[in-house]
Write a protein that binds this ligand. Structure first.
Ligand code: BG6
Length: 490
């Protein structure tokens, strides 16, 4: 395991401290980091919410959430007792700054330390909370603010939020989370590309035929259905997670891992994305919505049943063909797809290399096939390279694709930390490299807004797909048209 460096003493205020994100992700992540002694001194975790709870009743919620959300055998009674000492609760209504006395008092006793406000709330509260922190004198040079996605629902609303937060915090104090950037395997993309000299000469149009990025989920929208219905897969997943994967895959080598070096390269990719016009949108994008089906032997309801509605034009699946207009990638399509209630939880990047220029082998069932590189993001994180090999035997020259397969879990044999563990530590260390800069978020919205506008202009239809499949048939046609197919195949 990499060396764990303790972080400076801090106060971390979680707005939305009783919410799902805090209970399912943030507190378990902090518990793990505390257990590994990265959290030191009398650092405090201060949860706030609109209601008014006693510290005891908040702690019993946290204990219950940790027991439920930590991995098997990870809850330790003795450690919980120590961790609980760090956890405080104060009521603070985001829209009522004048009554934040309890928060002001609690923070006031340690006003020199690193102070982080984590906004695990609806984005409409980001501006008001930033203002509340400012008007209550709670912002100093060592303050930071963390914004959870979604950051708006289009470019205009993202700008509004960024302006409101920017009126209170300097840009280098703002940490916009995309939790994919905290995933070990996503960071491994950097290691793969820039820690090896083997791949760089191949990482370009002259060697790569196309790239596929799949982020498939087997879960439906569950309890978030009302929220989700206003958002859809393009805004929920493509605008952030998938585009970040595209950026890390496609960017030029940064000169270092310094905060802005990587972000400067990512923004260039976002700015090079070819807009998808109203004419192109029908052939370059597919929208889908799941109907009832079965996953892992269990029947599951369709989206409209979950929504308890007869109709909705929200997509729970999107597939699209993206093009990057620069020297490295011109002419190399990137096919992206993501959706809910697909066959399994499965995220990977597949790189298909060019065909050999001329085959010297006789035509037969397994003629030379293009090499594939699969970068598996979840589950079973790893890298697989498919190459052609000769089948053993004295007669003929039969070729077969075989795999060089690396599983990170087997190689390193340790628990993979959750993305939030890494990201929270980066915030506390003051390193913004794994967070989205304002210009990045806005560039991503600009491109996504173009697609949403084109969908509206061309009245793009929604194709139904059965839960438990790989998405609508139209998603296959997207690649068929170019003589290609999804891997794994639809
Ligand atoms: C979130 C989306 O950002 O990412 C969810 O809002 C989605 O809809 C989730 O389920 C997927 O994250 P992960 O880490 O499970 O791939």
């Amino acid at each position: 395991m990499a060396q764990l460096i303790p972080v400076e003493t801090f106060d971390l205020v979680i707005f939305g401290g009783t919410g799902d994100l805090a209970m399912r992700k943030l507190l378990p992540a902090l518990y793990h980091r505390d257990r590994d002694e990265q959290i030191t001194g009398d650092s405090r975790i201060i949860a706030t919410s609109r209601g008014s709870l006693s510290r005891e009743s908040y702690l019993s919620r946290v204990e219950e959430a940790l027991r439920r959300n930590l991995g098997e055998g990870e809850f330790d009674e003795a450690h919980w007792q120590r961790f609980a000492q760090r956890v405080h609760y104060v009521a603070a209504n985001a829209l009522d700054h004048e009554h934040w006395e309890d928060l002001v008092e609690l923070l006031g006793v340690a006003d020199q330390r690193v102070r982080v406000a984590y906004l695990a709330t609806a984005p409409s509260l980001f501006g008001p909370i930033a203002l509340g922190l400012k008007s209550n004198g709670l912002i100093s040079e060592s303050s930071r603010i963390v914004l959870e996605k979604p950051l708006g629902r289009d470019l205009a609303s993202a700008r509004e939020i960024n302006d409101a937060v920017g009126a209170c915090f300097a840009e280098d104090q703002v940490y916009r989370i995309d939790h994919y950037l905290g995933k070990e395997t996503v960071q491994n993309l950097l290691a793969l590309r820039f820690g090896n000299s083997l791949f760089e000469p191949l990482w370009r149009r002259s060697a790569i035929d196309h790239v596929q990025i799949t982020v498939a989920e087997d879960l439906g929208v569950g309890g978030r259905v009302e929220f989700y219905d206003r958002v859809g897969a393009l805004r929920d997943m493509v605008q952030n997670h998938l585009l970040q994967l595209v950026c890390l895959f496609a960017m030029e080598p940064p000169s270092s891992l310094e905060q802005n070096a990587v972000r400067d390269e990512k923004i260039k990719v976002l700015r090079s994305l070819k807009p998808i016009s109203a004419e192109a949108v029908q052939t370059s994008t597919v929208r889908g919505q799941y109907s009832a089906g079965a996953i892992g032997g269990e029947t599951v309801a369709g989206y409209l049943d979950e929504l308890e509605s007869k109709e909705s034009s929200t997509e729970t699946f999107v597939a699209l063909k993206l093009e990057i207009e620069n020297w490295r990638w011109s002419g190399v399509p990137f096919y992206l797809r993501t959706g809910k209630r697909l066959r399994s939880k499965h995220s990977e990047i597949v790189v298909q290399f060019q065909d050999v220029p001329h085959s010297i082998f006789p035509e037969q069932e397994f003629n030379v096939r293009p090499n594939l590189m699969r970068i598996r993001l979840q589950p079973d994180e790893g890298v697989q390279l498919t190459i052609m090999a000769k089948e053993p035997g004295p007669g003929g020259f039969d070729l077969r694709p075989v795999s060089l397969d690396l599983s990170f879990a087997e190689t390193f044999g340790i628990r993979y930390p959750d993305a939030y563990e890494r990201l929270l530590m980066e915030v506390l260390r003051g390193n913004t490299a794994l967070f989205m800069r304002r210009d990045e978020v806005e560039a991503a919205w600009r491109w996504v807004d173009g697609i949403i506008d084109s969908w509206a202009t061309s009245r793009q239809k929604i194709s139904s797909y059965v839960a438990g499949s790989w998405g609508p048939a139209d998603a296959s046609s997207l690649l068929d048209r170019d003589g290609r197919s999804w891997k794994p195949e639809n």
